[in-house]
Design a protein around this ligand. Sequence first.
Ligand code: ADP
Ligand code: MG
Length: 386
Amino acid sequence: MNDIRDDVAAAFEQWTGRAPDGIWSAPGRVNLIGEHTDYNEGFVLPFAIDRRTVVALGMRDDAVIRVASTFADEVAEIPLAELSAEAVSGWAAYPLGVAWALGRHGADLAAVPGVDLFIDSDVPVGAGLSSSAAIESAVAVALDEVWRLGLTRQQLAQVGRLAENEAVGAPTGIMDQSASLLGRADAAVFLDCRTLDTEIVALGLADAGLAIAVIDTGVTHAHATGGYRERRASCEAGAAALGVASLRDLGVDDLDRARTELDDITYRRVKHIVTENQRVLDTVATLQADGPTAIGELLDASHRSMRDDFEISVPELDLAVETALQAGALGARMTGGGFGGAAIALVPLEAVSMLQVSIDGAFAEHGYGIPDVFLVRPADGAGRDR
Ligand code: ADP
Ligand code: MG
């Protein structure tokens, strides 16, 4: 099998006429549990996956940064001193945005040397696996090293988020970059989105004979962006009405009061966030006490909460979850922002082929497009490969 790093090195050499000075990579991620909790300063439990974005880097004699990718024909280039959030656009806003954001975190863009970056990836784009965090994190670790910045992984996650928020213009939280930068093989990253404290939590999937399957429905809904904004607004309204800075400050004991003080829709939005935070904590505790075979019901409860209370699921995701459970999954839930995208299922290895067959059958029966089903393995976070 051809290693993607060989391809990237060869492509870099063909592009620039010289060998790269190094190769770095960073993974995509799957969120095991903790949905829409990030912007409520709550808890999330993602893990880095065995799909990576790879960056070949070569130093230049001048102060120009150039980026090329297998994803696009055009090369983007700009003098480092001219970088700004507005000066970058398109796919190049991700890597160039990271270079700009490093400037905001202490890099002297008037003094650091120019670089050429060639980027390739096997993280599917737009499938909810955060190819965006993968490209940001790969570029961030590469530039941090060659520019000798010495930033921590937590700081590099902030750099990636700043690039995505300001240079790309997407209002995302810190979860994706944290998973991509801090992930460990066979483990998840427990992240407190208020304090940004992280803890590595062993998953032990292989030992338990389990796998995580991604069921990518391929469905994208036009109202996904509007729906996301509306849910954020409901959460803010709920927190304000209940007199707390964010929903993170509420526990399940506060839900009785919330029910009497809020309108029904706002109450159910709040209920999802509050119970989801508790489910993340319960998942961490359960993993540590009883291992991964015991977390299935928590995944199922998370899905029901998103379907019935937060109302961000769609029929295709509900069908994926129900079918996975019937095919022998221990637990399943939609993952990501909702209104389409992917579900994940915790499956015994011996049930994986049954799962695939059942999903194909059920989706065909409903006249839906056949989802892409594949396994993801919890993998190490960003780093230097060569
Ligand atoms: P995802 O859910 O995959 O993160 P996003 O819309 O957030 O979806 O980010 C996808 C975008 O990131 C792509 O449209 C592209 O602009 C950029 N991107 C991701 N990976 C690469 C890559 N390897 N090369 C160039 N651009 C990439
Ligand atoms: Mg993204």
